[in-house]
Design a protein around this ligand. Structure first.
Ligand SMILES: CC(C)(COP(=O)(O)OP(=O)(O)OC[C@H]1O[C@@H](n2cnc3c(N)ncnc32)[C@H](O)[C@@H]1OP(=O)(O)O)[C@@H](O)C(=O)NCCC(=O)NCCS
Length: 189
């Protein structure tokens, strides 16, 4: 399948919102309150994502994976780290692959496209927070991330354990990725 990773555009807010609702209901069932998950609506999320896409700048980005027919299959966002005491400069805020398209390498493509973007903008390192109860956390281990911290955060009124995964040397990570995926070096906006 031909996939293009690119920076999100305003017209992507609708498809990103659909993926957001679908992936959250699957990933967080039994973790976040049912009424929160049932209350998600593509309309409200579309407005939210339109606002988020409008803030893309030289530091913050939203990336999407697009199939040849124009369908969006995954999305993620990254930018400066939200202060957390760790000596790391970049952060991946979100990364979700559409349920029907997981396990096909899109998560890795998108994660490394965001690492490459962060590195190109001068962020030498990166981290992300993932819920400890989310089995997706082991994807980040598979992507070379090391557990750097743990914390308890309140989400929608529920205290949940989170784990931070860190990549202290993005230059090295990007070099290794480029060696594996030749031709992609510098291809991300
Ligand atoms: C987690 C997620 C982003 C991974 O993306 P993906 O496209 O399914 O994963 P990929 O196909 O790129 O996987 C790349 C490698 O990681 C491995 N992997 C994927 N998910 C994994 C998991 N949960 N645990 C361990 N390894 C995993 C794959 O086996 C693959 O290994 P390989 O290189 O040996 O073949 C995606 O499955 C997803 O969106 N899940 C649900 C939503 C979610 O919880 N997102 C994270 C919120 S922070």
């Amino acid at each position: 399948m031909m996939i293009r990773i690119r920076t999100a555009e305003p017209s992507d807010a609708g498809p990103i919102a659909e993926m957001h609702v679908a992936t959250w209901r699957i990933a967080y069932a039994g973790i976040l309150p049912d009424d929160v998950l049932l209350g998600l609506t593509p309309g409200a999320e579309q407005r939210n994502w339109a606002r988020i896409i409008a803030t893309i700048d030289h530091e913050f980005t939203v990336h999407v994976a697009e199939a040849a027919n124009g369908e969006l299959l995954a999305y993620g966002s990254a930018g400066p780290v939200r202060p957390n005491g760790l000596p790391l400069s970049g952060e991946v805020y979100t990364l979700y692959v559409s349920p029907d398209h997981q396990g096909q390498g899109l998560g890795r493509e998108l994660l490394f496209s965001m690492f490459a973007r962060l590195q190109a903008q001068g962020f030498g390192s990166a981290m992300l927070w993932v819920l400890a109860a989310n089995p997706a956390r082991f994807f980040y281990h598979a992507m070379g991330g090391a557990v750097a911290a743990e914390r308890r955060e309140s989400h929608f009124g529920v205290a949940l354990d989170e784990v931070a995964y860190a990549w202290p040397d993005l230059a090295k990570v990007c070099r290794q990725f480029d060696m594996t995926y030749q031709g992609r070096a510098g291809g991300y906006q």
